[in-house]
Structure formats: structure tokens, C-alpha cells
Design a protein around this ligand. Structure first.
Ligand code: ZN
Length: 500
């Protein structure tokens, strides 16, 4: 058979798998948004049967034959050609799936569905005890999966690599160690600095008005509402269900405007990446996000670089003031400074940009210990409290403000948290590179003109899919290998602004 015909057969197999995957993703989205508690057990079984079918297709011997035949063919002679990219990346996917037995894939799908529901309930009741047995099972299953993937290597490294190709604890340390040192120095500098007045909390911000603001903001950022929608979820997330269907979610706090505002900007950042992918490559690696770190870089860039910039805030303020009478008479500049104040706090997603990475560091240390069996699940609340005391100098008063705040571990996302720090590192580098081409972004932010930045990101990141690995993609966009230096420079400016 001619390589073109083999390639078309491979594309068809991959697209069928992607379609089946999008069915599973639709159910996952429903689980997080509308599923009543009574439907959880059955949903777990639905997810397990779909995961098994997906796995069966992923390790289909015909796929292996096609990949083998195509790898040395004329179609793959140019490694940058889209066919070569898809063959190379599909082969990696095949090798990955082959290492994990079907039963384990099914068990993980079922248990993480049930555990996520148990987590949401336990979080509402502020009690870790009800969630502990579920987390115990998820950690055991993830350990088994990591051992399959590691094939004799380090299990935690295998999970890091699963989210960010090529990532290991050693490589992460090389980025994070100078970052942590820089953050500690920044925190020392603000000790004793004058605290700005109260932020956006403690007010009256009706949820309906917040939703209408979110819709307006998403459109302003360039999110195509005809190819996506916005709903509420306990833990906000974004998922692509097809080439014209991107779901974003947020959560609203009627007393604190910043919770929903930044959740929306973060998730729309993910959504713009999804909508900026090449639709002709849907269901294939060339039409997918390259890594979780790059995905988070887009979300964190929109949330922080845009959302927290003084110029964008000046643009946003009249909209906020018109929608929320609680802000009548408030000073926009003072609210902006208060919103960006740097101060140890309990909740990661509401943390300022400086202390944020200390929250991440705590999670990386703890999940690594859990996976290795050095920390028992029942001891997690105490270990969490101790880690916050020693890292941020504060001790959470309950589990909801402590180890129950994130849904990641319940969902089996051990090894994911590093993506947020990498994402900020990438975002700072990308922002600098964009400014070299576009000039200072602040004047455009001040006009609410976000199209130049969005187009730059689409051109340099989104449309490439998995054509290059994450590090190479960032290096091609910025002209240098990513390091923590740009992020530290940015955070220094943030600190200057907040104590000015
Ligand atoms: Zn995110």
C-alpha cells in the first residue's frame, strides 16, 4: 500500500479514538457541572467502560503496523511535516498505552469519578475523613500506573513526564530552586511594608451580574461563544469536546468578586488555546495542546499578565462599577493595588502571584511523598498544616482551607501541579517575546484591545499543536530556552507596585 493510503487509515483510526474520547470528555464535563449525586456510581461505570474501549483502540495491533510502516516512509522524511508529526506523536501515545494494562485504566477511570464526587462533598462538609479512603485508592492506582510508565525508573518522574514531556524532578528543581530563592527574597522585602486596604472581598456581588460580566469579558478576550459555553463547577476547568465545542467553567463567590473574575480569565485563557488550534488537524496530535505546562501558561498569562495589569484594570473598572453598586465610590487604583497585594494566604487559586509558587511547592513535595508511600493518606492534613506553617508561616483552620481545596488528586492528577509553575515561567518568557514584536502591551490593554496579543499567541503557540516539544516551542517563540529569570523580573515589578 502507498504511504498516503496507510496514513489515511491511521488518521481514521486516530479520529475515531478522538471521537470516542470526546464522548468520555462530555460525560466528564457533565459529572463536574450537572450530575446529581445519585448518578455518580453509574457514571463511574460509564467512564470505566469508555476508558476500556479507548484503551483497546489505542493498543490495536493494526495501529502498530501502520505506525511501523509509516515511520520509515517518504511521508515522514521531513520531521516538521504534519504527517511526520502525527506519526511520531501517535507512536508515543501507542507506546504509553501499551505499558498500562486495561484493567488498571478502567479502575482508574471509575475510582477517580467516584473520588471526585466524594472530594466535593467532603470539601463542602470541611471534613477530610470521608474523603481519605477514596484518596487512598486513587494514590494506590496512580502508583501502579506510574510504575508501569516508569518501567524501572522513578515513579514520580514518570508522572511528571506524563504531563510535560521530558520533565523530571531534577529538571524541575533546576527551574524551581532559583525561583524559590528569588521568591523568599521578595517576601522578605515586603515584610513590614504598608498593607493596602481591603480587596474585592466582603462586598455584595450578585451571581447573575458576575455571570453577565464573565460573558462580556470572555467575548472581549476573543472567546468564540458560538463554539463554546460557560458553566459553573466546584473546581473550574476547561475541556474541548470537539472542533467547535469548548467548555469553560468558573465558580462564583457572592461576597468576593475576584474569585469568579480571575477564574474566568484563567479558563478563557485555556479556551483561547483550544479555539486557536488548527481545526483541520482535530483529533490528531498536530491539532492538540502540546503539554499541560503550555496549557497553563496560556491560562496564567491571561489571568495575571492581562487581568492584573494596571492598564487593563483601568479599562475594566467602568464595567465593574456599572454592574456592581457595591463598588460605588471605590477608588479603582486602590482596589487594584489591594487585589495584587502580596500576602501569605490559604487558598492557592486566590493567592497573589508571588506566594502562588510556594503553594505549588507544598503540593509537589506532598504528592511525591504520597506516591512513594513515605506519607500516609491519613497523615495528609497534619503534613499539609506543617508544610504551610514552615513555607508560608500560616496554619489552615480546617481541611477545606487546607488539603481539601484542590480537586486534582481526587481526579488522579498527581504530577500536574508543576504545570502551574512551568506555565508562569513560560508565560513570562512569552510576554517578553510578544512585547519585543508588538511593543509595550499596556497601551493596548488600556483600550481593551486584546487582539494583538491573542493573535501573537495563536501564531507562535496555538496553531503549532504538538509539532514541537514544549521547551522547543517556547524557545522558537522567544529565541531562548525558558528560565525563571523573566518570571522573577515580573514578580519584582509586581512587588514594587503593591508596596509603592
Ligand atoms: Zn488552568
Amino acid at each position: 500500500m502507498a504511504p498516503e493510503a496507510l496514513y489515511q487509515e491511521l488518521v481514521q483510526l486516530a479520529r475515531e479514538e478522538a471521537l470516542l474520547g470526546s464522548v468520555a470528555a462530555t460525560l466528564e464535563w457533565d459529572t463536574e457541572t450537572y450530575l446529581p449525586p445519585g448518578g455518580v456510581e453509574n457514571r463511574g461505570r460509564q467512564m470505566a467502560i469508555l476508558a476500556g474501549l479507548l484503551h483497546e483502540r489505542a493498543v490495536d495491533p493494526r495501529r502498530a503496523e501502520l505506525l511501523e510502516a509509516l515511520a520509515g516512509s517518504s511521508l515522514c522524511a521531513d520531521p516538521a511535516a504534519v504527517e511526520a508529526v502525527n506519526v511520531r506523536e501517535l507512536r508515543k501515545g501507542y507506546e504509553r498505552e501499551r505499558k498500562v494494562p486495561r484493567e488498571l485504566v478502567e479502575e482508574l477511570a471509575e475510582e477517580t469519578t467516584v473520588a471526585s464526587a466524594a472530594w466535593a462533598e467532603a470539601r463542602g462538609r470541611r471534613s477530610f475523613a470521608a474523603f481519605a479512603p477514596h484518596l487512598e485508592r486513587v494514590v494506590a492506582l496512580k502508583r501502579a500506573e506510574a510504575e508501569c510508565l516508569a518501567a524501572g525508573g522513578d515513579a514520580y518522574d514518570a508522572l511528571l513526564d506524563d504531563h510535560e514531556e521530558g520533565l523530571s524532578m531534577a529538571r524541575l528543581d533546576a527551574i524551581v530552586t532559583p525561583l524559590r530563592a528569588g521568591l523568599a527574597a521578595l517576601l522578605d522585602r515586603i515584610q513590614g511594608a504598608r498593607r493596602p486596604p481591603a480587596p474585592l472581598g466582603g462586598g455584595d456581588y450578585p451571581v447573575a451580574a458576575q455571570r453577565s460580566l464573565a460573558t462580556w469579558l470572555a467575548e472581549r478576550m476573543g472567546f468564540d461563544g458560538a463554539r463554546g459555553r460557560l458553566d459553573a463547577a466546584v473546581h473550574p476547568f476547561t475541556t474541548g469536546l470537539g472542533p467547535g465545542d469548548c467548555r469553560i467553567t468558573a465558580r462564583w463567590d457572592p461576597t468576593d468578586l475576584s474569585v469568579g473574575l480571575f477564574a474566568v480569565m484563567h479558563e478563557v485563557g485555556h479556551g483561547l488555546y483550544e479555539q486557536g488550534l488548527d481545526p483541520s488537524q482535530w483529533g490528531l496530535p498536530a491539532g492538540e495542546q502540546v503539554s499541560d505546562g503550555l496549557d497553563e501558561s496560556q491560562a496564567r498569562l491571561w489571568e495575571n499578565v492581562v487581568g492584573r495589569s494596571p492598564a487593563f484594570w483601568r479599562f475594566l473598572w467602568p464595567e465593574l462599577a456599572a454592574r456592581f453598586p457595591a463598588l460605588a465610590g471605590a477608588d479603582a487604583g486602590a482596589v487594584h493595588r489591594a487585589m495584587n497585594r502580596v500576602e501569605p494566604s490559604f487558598i492557592r487559586v486566590s493567592a497573589d502571584e508571588v506566594t502562588y509558587h510556594l503553594h505549588i511547592a507544598v503540593r509537589i513535595d506532598l504528592e511525591r511523598s504520597l506516591l512513594r508511600g513515605e506519607l500516609r493518606v491519613n497523615d495528609l492534613p497534619a503534613a499539609w498544616a506543617e508544610a504551610y506553617r514552615s513555607t508560608l508561616g500560616i496554619v489552615p483552620p480546617d481541611d477545606t482551607l487546607g488539603c481539601l481545596q484542590d480537586g486534582h488528586w481526587a481526579a488522579g492528577l498527581i504530577g500536574y501541579f508543576a504545570s502551574y509553575t512551568l506555565g508562569d515561567v513560560y508565560a513570562a518568557e512569552l510576554t517578553r517575546a510578544a512585547e519585543r514584536t508588538l511593543g509595550s502591551l499596556e497601551p493596548a490593554f488600556g483600550r481593551g484591545d486584546l487582539a494583538p496579543l491573542r493573535s501573537w499567541l495563536t501564531e507562535h503557540i496555538h496553531r503549532h499543536g504538538c509539532r514541537f516539544g514544549p521547551i522547543e516551542l517556547v524557545a522558537r517563540a522567544t529565541g531562548a530556552l525558558p528560565s525563571a529569570a523573566s518570571l522573577l523580573a515580573r514578580l519584582e515589578r509586581v512587588v514594587e507596585g503593591t508596596i509603592a
